[in-house]
Design a binder for this molecule. Structure first.
Ligand code: FMN
Length: 200
């Protein structure tokens, strides 16, 4: 059985992304009815990561001794076989907290698939946030799936607890887009987990 981590890329207390994150938590079983995949939900705010200031790049430092909260972030990422990253767009890029969290990683995500799901409070869906993540994730050795899923108008569609706002017009479109995104990441995670890259 494979595990997919769904990561919330904003730590703002009033984050619109948290509504989408909560929505996925509430509906994950309906959105992925025919899978044995286990989903974990990683909220960056839970890790309280400082600004990265280690003396060496993580990839060049196999002997890192990290405080428990920082190690937990690495362990949770290593435990997953695939990822969905929820990212907003801050000034045409990913939020600094998300880039900072990714800078803590060494090989935890290597050769694992990642689906980008960008979101926004407007109709554009935060696509520059997802685009800015592609080279970062590739540098970390992750297999970035084609076509990020943009999710627009989050506060117009979801309550903070993740429930749909009654009669919100985008409900059906959300269900289709989220189901498609989760089907893709589940498929690629299963394929890559069943066919591990050969040791060279
Ligand atoms: C610092 C900042 C910069 C933003 N820059 C953009 C932007 O470049 N393009 C855009 O469409 N929305 C932009 N927005 C609006 C965000 O898409 C929207 O606020 C989104 O809900 C932020 O995600 P969050 O609430 O989970 O932090 C920006 C918001 C913030 C706080």
């Amino acid at each position: 059985m494979s595990t997919i981590a769904i990561i919330l890329g904003s730590t703002r207390p009033q984050s619109n992304g948290r509504a989408l994150f909560n929505h996925l938590k509430l509906t994950i079983n309906q959105l992925t009815p025919n899978t044995t995949t286990q989903f974990t939900f990683l909220d960056l705010a839970d890790y309280q990561l400082p600004f990265f200031d280690e003396p060496l790049p993580p990839m060049a430092n196999p002997d890192r001794q990290l405080p428990a909260n920082q190690q937990r972030w690495l362990t949770d990422m290593a435990a997953a076989d695939g990822y969905v990253i929820l990212t907003p767009e801050y000034n045409h890029a990913m939020p600094a907290v998300l880039k900072n969290a990714l800078d803590f990683l060494a090989f935890e995500g290597q050769r694992k698939p990642v689906k980008l799901m960008s979101y926004s409070d407007n109709m554009r869906g935060g696509q520059f946030g997802a685009a800015s993540l592609v080279p970062v994730l590739q540098r970390l050795g992750m297999v970035v799936l084609p076509k990020p899923t943009p999710v627009g108008n989050v506060p117009q569609t979801l309550q903070a607890d993740g429930q749909f706002i009654s009669e919100a017009p985008l409900q059906a479109r959300y269900q289709r887009a989220l189901q498609q995104a989760l089907t893709e990441i589940t498929y690629y995670t299963d394929v890559l987990t069943a066919n591990p890259f050969p040791t060279v």
